[in-house]
Design a protein around this ligand. Structure first.
Ligand code: ADP
Ligand code: MG
Ligand code: MG
Length: 214
């Protein structure tokens, strides 16, 4: 695809769920080290419901990319539990509000939309860089996407750059001291483990690369 259409977005969510379902044990293992061992099951169960909702026959409300992203944001809020529910929801609601009436997003528009979504996520959870959260994977990803778009990259290379940045951001959470969420209760004992939310957020970006490649 050269632009993100509603078809790409629906495929994106389905692929996100597929990856999470396959990596469910890994996500739970990460959360058992610094949390309550439910991130894998939480994400798998919540995303399965969201994908099922997206499969329902179109009711005409998805005329625009913004409307679909907002529908996903609302579905995440009702379906996804724990800390990530309102956070991933805010990401999609903010992205949808920014995408507005457009019916396709080129790389620069995608970057703008996701940057707005990330701002919503931060407004919701007040995570900053280095707090050891999903933000530490998503923020570098959106920055890399933006830079690639500014450099004139197509959607494939631009999303691939975002995924590489997300992977690096995820790995960089290991030495961090957690300052948000459950892991923050562990203090120094949170050091030395990859953040579960940074791992699932990286899967979100990898799923986008896959959806765009179709
Ligand atoms: P819970 O902590 O409620 O059991 P999960 O285990 O599903 O929920 O998700 C934990 C993840 O949520 C963490 O690894 C972290 O990335 C993310 N998280 C928690 N609080 C915040 C926050 N305030 N901002 C951003 N991400 C957060
Ligand atoms: Mg947990
Ligand atoms: Mg929990």
């Amino acid at each position: 695809a050269t632009a993100v259409t509603n078809g790409v977005i629906i495929d994106w969510l389905a692929r996100f769920h597929d990856i999470v379902a396959k990596q469910r044990a890994y996500l739970t293992e990460l959360d058992s080290a610094i949390g309550d061992a439910d991130h894998g099951v939480n994400m798998d169960r919540g995303l399965a419901q969201v994908v099922a909702m997206l499969d329902q026959p179109a009711d005409g409300s998805d005329a625009s990319t913004g409307a679909l992203l907002e529908r996903i944001g609302n579905a995440l809020l009702t379906s996804l539990g724990g800390a990530p529910g309102p956070l991933y929801s805010a990401l999609f609601l903010g992205a949808g509000a920014a995408a507005g009436e457009r019916t396709r997003l080129d790389p620069a528009e995608l970057a703008d939309s996701l940057r707005a979504g990330l701002a919503e996520l931060v407004r919701r959870g007040s995570a900053e860089s280095g707090d050891k959260t999903m933000f530490d994977a998503l923020d570098p990803a959106v920055q890399a996407l933006q830079k690639a778009a500014d450099d004139g990259a197509g959607l494939g290379p631009a999303t691939a750059a975002a995924a590489a940045a997300a992977v690096a951001g995820r790995e960089a959470t290991a030495p961090m001291l957690a300052r948000k969420g459950r892991a923050s209760y562990l203090g120094e004992r949170s050091i030395g483990h990859v953040d579960p939310g940074a791992a699932s957020a990286t899967m979100l970006v990898i799923a986008l690369v896959e959806a765009v490649a179709q």
